[in-house]
Design a protein around this ligand. Structure first.
Ligand code: MG
Ligand code: MG
Length: 283
């Protein structure tokens, strides 16, 4: 990553950030809807249709469809699928499945992108290790978010994510696999922009976080090894050892006043304080 260490981040203006919050909120509300609707017996394509309808009905465009070669609104990754699972009419969700849903929307040219993991059928249907994995991954995402400060290194994010996962693993006597082949990213007028945002500790100083930085942090974590491969569909990434995986993501705006989690319904108001970060609303 040393080659990237001088990458300069371009900050966004206040009015641009406000417009990104609109896109982020649409993603947040779409994911809230999906979380409420997901149940055993549904197909992942039904979830995709729900998401596309909701986004278009609320003035957005499913921005995953702007990625060359991809036609869906969501990525739905089940069990040993880590990321980029393709929604399908033949993929019926079963009670106890560990499902990651990744969703993006563009509104008036600005983008949001976020993901959550859930046990199909609710917590009581989940294997304890799957619940712990998902909680650890979400916790590590928020630790990474809280590490964002104007003037600090972007690489503080990955260090905080990794430390949180190490600590969470130690609590349950396990070493989680942190996937290094896929990383977070800048976001703005496109969903995927520079800089890359590693979800793990890297050496080097890294780009400096500037006023108006907007990035997506998205740890992908497994119960086993981080080794992975892409299926013949050329999208779905699975663990090589068959272990289950979780994926959580938020888009975040950083200003000198603090943070706004663009894809959280409350902007992060409920969680940031306990993590030593300041919530700075944009709306
Ligand atoms: Mg995403
Ligand atoms: Mg992303």
């Amino acid at each position: 990553m040393g080659l990237f260490s001088r990458d300069r981040i371009t900050g966004k203006t206040r009015s641009e950030l406000t417009r990104m919050r609109v896109a982020g909120l649409l993603v947040a509300r779409t994911l809230e809807l999906l979380q409420a609707e997901v149940r055993p017996g549904m197909t992942t394509l039904q979830l995709d249709t729900l998401a596309e309808t909701y986004i278009r009905d609320h003035g957005g465009i499913p921005n995953f469809q702007l990625v060359p070669g991809y036609r869906h609104t969501l990525c739905t990754s089940v069990n040993e699928e880590i990321v980029h699972g393709i929604p399908s009419a033949s993929r019926v969700l079963l009670e106890g499945d560990l499902l990651s849903v990744d969703c993006g929307a563009q509104v008036e040219g600005w983008n949001g992108d976020a993901a959550f993991t859930v046990v199909v059928g609710g917590r009581e249907a989940g294997r304890p290790e799957d619940l712990a994995l998902s909680e650890a991954t979400e916790e590590s995402l928020w630790a990474g978010i809280a590490a964002l400060r104007v003037g600090h290194s972007l690489y503080d994010v990955g260090a905080a994510v990794e430390d949180a996962l190490t600590a969470a693993g130690e609590r349950v006597g396990r070493e989680y696999g942190i996937v290094e082949d896929y990383v977070g990213h800048g976001i703005g007028t496109s969903m995927h922009m520079d800089p890359q945002v590693p979800n793990y500790r890297v050496s080097g100083r890294g780009p400096k976080v500037v006023e108006g930085t907007t990035i997506c942090i998205e740890p992908m974590v497994t119960l086993g090894d981080q080794d992975n491969r892409v299926l013949d569909d050329e999208w779905t990434v699975v663990t090589r050892d068959g272990s289950r995986a979780a994926h959580w993501e938020h888009a975040v705006a950083v200003t000198s006043a603090g943070l706004c989690v663009l894809t959280a319904l409350d902007g992060g108001a409920g969680r940031l304080g306990a993590l030593g970060a300041t919530y700075a609303p944009l709306d």
